[in-house]
Design a protein around this ligand. Structure first.
Ligand SMILES: C[S@@+](CC[C@H](N)C(=O)[O-])C[C@H]1O[C@@H](n2cnc3c(N)ncnc32)[C@H](O)[C@@H]1O
Length: 297
């Protein structure tokens, strides 16, 4: 896809902030989960794990062949392939992410899958640089929960949508987690997770705010559905809380929330508990939201 067809493509973000003031402007500096090879691998797994929920959401917005769609904060894969299947033939898909490593991984995924008419660009979801009204679907998954000012990102998503077409997303709400029978290591991991995740202003209970934020952003026909996954022993989603704490372990130690020894002990104890097939694990809720941009703007 030619860049000019969709207007200006966002430029490379500054990965390393030059000063504290610049840090506020750097999307990678405030992103809750940080960048690491372990976290990128988790996101690759997540694309498979959340595919059934994302498919339900995408099917509800009636994408058609020839449509143009964007996955904002696509990570190393996101829903790029699901979008590409739905807009072919004749459609186009853009994946956008602020992390150059994820942009490279998503581009490699697109090439490996032989997906045509898909472009992955590096940019900031708060200010993408694309022209207003460029997309029939503007989608983001597990992005708004990770940023300090989700309304700012949502406003940009609404701006990008074509009048009469859709903005949609899937976001977790991590407060309603269940591990039964309970285990102190899981409880402590949840406590550490919440404090570390929210260090820059991200809200681990974001899911419940989606309905109001979508309406306040001016979207119409908004609907919200909530889903809860219960994952059996051996399922990769069962350990997500421990996996997310692993992704943030450097920040956790830096914040003084726990030391490496405690993190290692909690990790081992929680994973051992999860191996028991009689233990029920429901790591959180997923909110699926959609809203239509007014046809008259
Ligand atoms: C939790 S991951 C989700 C990835 C993908 N959507 C998925 O569901 O697998 C969030 C992604 O958003 C990206 N991100 C965070 N803040 C961003 C911003 N301001 N602009 C663009 N991308 C951003 C991160 O680099 C990361 O790849």
């Amino acid at each position: 896809m030619a860049e000019s067809e969709l207007g200006a493509v966002a430029g490379e973000p500054s990965v390393k902030p030059a000063s504290p003031a610049a840090a506020v402007d750097d999307p990678n500096a405030v992103y809750a989960l940080g960048s690491s090879s372990g976290e990128s691998a988790r996101l690759q797994r997540q694309a498979e794990e959340l595919a059934p929920d994302s498919l339900a959401l995408l099917d509800s917005v009636g994408l058609r062949p020839g449509d143009i769609a964007i996955d904002v904060g696509c990570g190393p894969r996101g829903v790029i392939d699901l979008l590409a299947e739905r807009v072919a033939p004749g459609g186009r898909v853009v994946g956008l992410d602020a992390d150059p490593v994820h942009v490279a991984m998503a581009s490699e995924f697109v090439a490996r899958r032989g997906l045509s008419d898909v472009e992955v660009v590096c940019g900031d979801a708060r200010n993408t640089g694309f022209e207003a009204g460029s997309f029939d679907l503007v989608h983001a998954r597990t992005l708004l929960i990770t940023v300090p000012q989700p309304a700012e990102v949502l406003a940009e998503m609404v701006r990008l949508a074509r009048p009469g077409r859709w903005v949609a997303g899937l976001e977790p709400d991590t407060e309603a987690a269940i591990c039964y029978p309970p285990h102190p290591a899981f409880d402590r991991l949840c406590e550490i997770f919440s404090m570390a995740f929210s260090r820059n202003g991200a809200d681990p209970r974001f899911g419940r705010r989606m309905a109001a934020l979508y309406r306040q952003a001016g979207l119409e026909d908004t609907t919200v559905e909530v889903r809860a996954g219960v994952y059996p022993a051996g399922h990769s989603r069962r350990t997500i809380r421990a996996d997310l704490v692993r992704s943030m372990h450097l920040q956790i130690i830096e914040m003084g929330l726990a030391d490496q020894l405690e993190l290692d002990e909690l990790d081992v104890a929680a994973r051992k508990h999860f191996e028991n097939p009689d233990v029920l694990v429901m790591p959180g809720l997923y909110f699926l939201a959609r809203g239509r941009k007014s046809a008259s703007v």
